[in-house]
Design a protein around this ligand. Structure first.
Ligand SMILES: [Zn+2]
Length: 271
């Protein structure tokens, strides 16, 4: 339903300028032929789940496209009401997990299946760090109005397209806006948010299709799937490795690589 499509023909340095938000276009997974099949099966499963949710034509405003951005307005949105809130969109997530900011009923929301996939992968890694841990998305989809009301003046915020999540790693049994210790130092501080950042980088190195901006905030970490890394973040894995402390790198390595995660995904999606 919703995917980001970057102009892959352009060089990296100008890619961001030519970045397009294209709605209702399938993701390009062709450059990862070895994993293509399984990822596409999983994305289709998530999409099938989203297709089960009733749609609404309720008007929502979108930012106007400009010369660097382009998007197609979707015909319909996912209907959010008391019943659809608890629809499962993937093994560990319900629709409501991606729309905490949308309180009122019978609203239309957007959700990109690739964001759900990224959260499932993150969930699998988080469990390896701390079996009691879970993911709380304090803000997933936000309408243009909701985005403006919370003071976000970014014109093309990925939250408006259902492509972004503000994340807390909390106790799975008590989801909320707080962090638990995930780096194993028995303290809860900024290092846990950095651990989450490193996990997101690890995921993006293993699954470049899920690449986006990651940013640490005072209390949460933002991630999205815009298809381009944050301009202030180290671009290559080697550069990232240099700023990751050795013990942390060892910890990240001990969590296994993409093949382990693909196997875990197969198991949770029963493929
Ligand atoms: Zn955010």
């Amino acid at each position: 339903m919703l995917f980001t499509n970057c102009n892959s023909n352009s060089s990296k340095s100008i890619r961001f300028k030519e970045f397009c938000v294209v709605i209702l276009k399938p993701a390009e997974f062709s450059h990862v032929s070895d994993r293509k099949e399984i990822l596409q099966i999983i994305l289709k499963r998530i999409q099938d789940n989203l297709n089960q949710i009733p749609k609404t034509g309720n008007e929502t405003r979108f930012p106007k496209a400009d010369k660097n951005h382009e998007f197609i307005k979707p015909d319909s949105l996912l209907l959010l009401n008391e019943k659809t809130r608890i629809e499962k969109v993937s093994p560990h997530f319900m629709l409501k997990n991606f729309c905490e900011k949308t309180r009122s009923e019978n609203k239309g929301i957007l959700l990109d299946p690739a964001l759900v996939l990224k959260m499932e992968i993150l969930y699998l890694y988080i469990k390896k760090l701390n079996p009691a841990a879970g993911i709380y998305i304090s803000s997933g989809y936000r309408s243009l109005k909701e985005n403006y009301e919370i003071g976000n003046r970014t014109k093309f915020s990925m939250h408006q397209f259902g492509k972004a999540a503000d994340i807390y790693i909390c106790k799975e049994s008590n989801p909320g806006r707080y962090f638990i210790d995930i780096n194993g130092d028995e303290k809860i501080n900024k290092k846990d948010r950095w651990m989450l950042m490193h996990l997101l980088w690890k995921i993006e190195n293993e699954f470049p299709e899920l690449c986006g901006y990651n940013q640490i905030y005072k209390r949460h970490v933002h991630t999205d799937i815009r298809g381009e890394e944050h301009p202030t973040m180290p671009k290559s894995l080697n550069k990232r490795k240099k700023i990751i402390k050795k013990d942390l790198q060892m910890k990240l390595n001990s969590l296994g690589g993409r093949n382990d995660i693909i196997n875990d995904l197969k198991s949770v999606f029963k493929i």
